[in-house]
Structures are given as C-alpha cells and as structure tokens.
Design a protein around this ligand. Structure first.
Ligand SMILES: C[S@@+](CC[C@H](N)C(=O)[O-])C[C@H]1O[C@@H](n2cnc3c(N)ncnc32)[C@H](O)[C@@H]1O
Length: 287
C-alpha cells in the first residue's frame, strides 16, 4: 500500500462511526437545553435509581466501584448521590459538553468522582466495577448484544449492570402519523422486552439477567412541540439508512398532523408513548 493509500485507510470512517459522531455532536449541542426539556429522562433516571438502591448495596468496595455510561448532565448520579456516598465513581459520556455538565453538578458533592469522555460500546477499561449503570443510553448503541457482553465483562464477581433503554413500540404515535402521510420516520428499531431478555451473556460471562417494562405516555401541545423537545435534548439523529426530509417537507407534514389550529385532532395535542425497558444483570460470584 502506498503512503497516501495507507493514510486514507487510516482515516476512513464506517457509517456506524459516522452516526456515533453525529450522536455525540447532537447531544453536545443540546447540553445547555437538556435539563429544561428532559422530563421523561429525569423521571426514568429517578425510577432506575430507586430500583438500584432497593436491590442492595454495592459489591466489592474496592477501587472504582461505580461506573456510569452516558451520564448526560447527571440525573442518575444525582438520584444516587446519597446512596453512593464516598464510593469511588467514574462518570462517562461520549459527548464532552454533556460530561462537563455532569462534572459541574456532581464534581464537588461526590467525594470520589472521576469524569471521562468514553464510548460506552468500546469502554477499553482494565478495572472492574461493582455497579455499571446507564439510563436511556443503550438505544443509541450500534451493536447492543456486543456492548452488553463487553460491559458485563467489566463487572466484579457479583457485580451488577443496571440500565434503562427504549423498547419496541416507543414513539409509536409519531411513527403511525408519519406512515399515514407516506413519510419514513427515521426512528430506529428498538428491541422488545423479550428480545432484550435474550441478550444476557450468561454462557460467555456467567450470570443472570432480567427485564422489566414500564409504559410512559407524554402529552405534547402538538407534534411540532414533540419534535422540538427531541431536538432540545439532542435526540435528533435518525437511523443510519434514513433519508432526511427537507425543512419544507417537515413543515408540511407537521401542518397535516397538527391540523389547522396547530393543536392536533380535536385540539387534543399529540400524545407519545415510551416503552421503557429496565435491564438488570448480575455477574456470578465465582468467575
Ligand atoms: C438521552 S441522554 C441520557 C442522559 C442521562 N443518562 C440521563 O438519564 O439524563 C443519552 C446520553 O447518552 C450519551 N451517549 C450516546 N451514545 C453514547 C455512547 N456510545 N457512549 C456513551 N454515551 C453515549 C449521549 O451523549 C447522552 O448524554
């Protein structure tokens, strides 16, 4: 291979890498507005924190006990703050501006917290953790089964992986409205609870997992407001093979969905369903 060909080969990006870059950029651009609009995310992080604390104390009080993937501005860390106490923690996110918000929020109050920009799908960690947690992050992963296996492999014996993610049927109303108007949605396909429950790396890592599901319905004044909220929290990158609509086409679509008065059919606004999956995996005590 010539020098320039070798150089080209080094910088070439795959569609998955390109999408990941776009996801990081979109969340980075939304870091300022995230907290004002992330109503669902705050509620889900609080619920996950409650479930985590109900399941008992942290395994292995050694070094770097708590690892958070995709910490965003720190909702889950705040909800776990008291429980974590002086546990060593590492908060990570693929987006530097999101991570900075988390550091601003938790850097002083937690006794032993570190912060690192990291792709949760490729953690490259050498340490093991008593608890690895993530709230509403895994739906952004490119290869979910591989990521779960990799993270489970970063657990101490008896350590736990606890996360939430969007499941099949989420954003169904938006998908149906787009379909009614012959428009592709760009919403990625999310796993069902059953599919997620089939992904535990029991044979390779050793341990057992389970999945819980909760439905949350959010009512927006309009479909336009729903899309605005998605953008304001950074959740705006479509599935990789999606052909984006032009702004004019989007405006026309929203006019059709929201109707003359801009408030949806019969002025009822626009309801959106989120099927939230809770995944819990515990690594075997004996490796
Ligand atoms: C919907 S936000 C959730 C943030 C936070 N966990 C919360 O509950 O508010 C998704 C977060 O995941 C991060 N993220 C997306 N893909 C990621 C990846 N591959 N690795 C690490 N973080 C990722 C985004 O930067 C963003 O901060």
């Amino acid at each position: 291979m010539s020098g320039s060909a070798a150089q080209k080969a080094c910088v070439e990006t795959t569609p998955a890498m390109e999408r990941k870059r776009e996801v990081a950029q979109a969340f980075g651009e939304a870091a300022e507005s995230y907290d004002r609009h992330a109503v669902l995310q705050r509620q889900v992080a609080d619920d996950l924190a409650q479930k985590i604390t109900e399941q008992g104390t942290l395994e292995g009080g050694g070094v770097s006990c708590y690892l958070e993937i995709g910490c965003g501005t720190g909702f889950l860390g705040v909800a776990l703050e008291e429980w974590l106490g002086d546990t060593p923690c590492l908060f990570t996110d693929i987006s530097p501006p999101m991570l900075e918000k988390c550091r601003d929020r938790l850097g002083e109050s937690l006794k032993d917290a570190g912060f690192a920009v990291m792709d949760g799908e490729a953690p490259g960690l050498t340490e093991q953790y008593g608890l690895i947690a993530a709230s509403l992050v895994f739906q952004w992963f490119d290869d979910l089964p591989a990521a779960i296996e990799r993270l489970a492999g970063c657990l101490l014996p008896g350590g736990r992986l606890a996360f939430t993610m969007l499941g099949a049927g989420s954003l169904g109303e938006w998908c149906a409205a787009c379909e009614d108007h012959g428009v592709e949605t760009g919403v990625p396909s999310f796993p069902s609870a059953k599919e997620l429950d089939g992904l535990w790396p029991t044979a390779t890592i050793g341990g057992s997992g389970r999945v819980e599901q909760a439905r949350v319905v959010r009512r927006h004044p309009s479909a336009q407001n729903f899309l605005h909220e998605l953008k304001a929290i950074g959740a705006r990158v479509p599935d990789s093979d999606h052909e984006p609509r032009s702004p004019g086409e989007m405006r026309a679509l929203l006019r059709e969905i929201d109707g003359e008065n801009g408030e949806g059919k019969n002025g009822e606004g626009f309801g959106v369903t989120y099927e939230v999956l809770y995944g819990f995996f515990t690594r075997d005590e004996e490796l």
